[in-house]
Design a protein around this ligand. Sequence first.
Ligand code: AHM
Ligand code: MG
Length: 351
Amino acid sequence: MTLAPKNLQTIESHVLDLQRLHPSASGDFTSLLNDISFAAKVVSRDVTKAGLVEDILGSTGEQNIQGEVVQKLDNFANNVFLKCLGRRGQVCIMGSEEMEDPVFADTSQGTGKYIVVFDPLDGSSNIDANVSVGTIFGIWKRISKLAQINEDDLLQPGSELVASGYIIYGSSTMFVYTAGNGVHGFTLDPSIGEFLLSHENIMTPFGGKIYSVNEAYEPRWSPEVKEVVRQLKYGRDTKGTTRKDAPTEGAGMSSRYIGSLVADFHRNLLYGGVYLYPPTTEHPRGKLRLMCEAAPLAMIVENAGGYASDGTGSILDVVPDNLHMRVPLYIGSRGDVLWMEKMISESSSAL
Ligand code: AHM
Ligand code: MG
């Protein structure tokens, strides 16, 4: 018996197919995605052998702009992406969760058409315990002339993203991206060093059975968030009335929380479900960052049929006021997120 190989399309050829749909395309976008996939392979190689290499685990002893402990691998991944992105001058600005200020890149060899914002290693507080971590990226287009690039080019809402994606360094390494033409997942085959198409056109269920939230923060939530999570859990409100307008009416959901956004998001995208990081007394505007976490994942989820909200409206409509702006995040199955948004905005407006 001969075994037929599964789909052997690489991410590079997938992006090239996309480029062919736009005959006037310069190839800048294709080469930028190639740069990202190359950086992802380098990070994957080092994350997966982290426990074996001396002096790579643990923290650097420093804090980032968010006041969070910087892991050595955060720094490493950040440097890899900075080095690899825009090698042909396609990128004019790079922003990273790990750097206070954006980097204005050398565009002398190219068009400087794109802005890339990324979280090089999300969930890195889990890394020493071998839990899945990830990279998240968003790509916007410059709006000003090359010689006049300014903050407006960087601070664009998610609705202006031209592409976004994430890489999950898990039991296998996966690259998931969208350029507005569906969401496609590629699994790294380490024996040939290529990301191969494994999940074509991912669609997320309208309603899910999983909710993901750090429930230990319950005492620090607003009453409306407490009520939302209660109804996700029990399928009914405090008076025993069945959860209304919900895709999974009447049934309580199950809970899964890794504490690694990419991993929680990826699982819920495939199985259906919601991830939420609501405001807490510690983080009244939410903990997660709009530009390098919430907006790129919002583009992914919307292209997979889901939805992302800040509790009042679409994440994609939120205009950043700075590179590190935080937002509350409710993301995943469309029906469930719309229901949460309605619950939260109705009770807030009743106050
Ligand atoms: P990070 O970018 O510094 O890793 O922080 C983001 C992470 C997410 O991956 C995760 O979902 C969340 O923070 C967990 O936060 P908490 O420990 O407060 O539940
Ligand atoms: Mg992060």
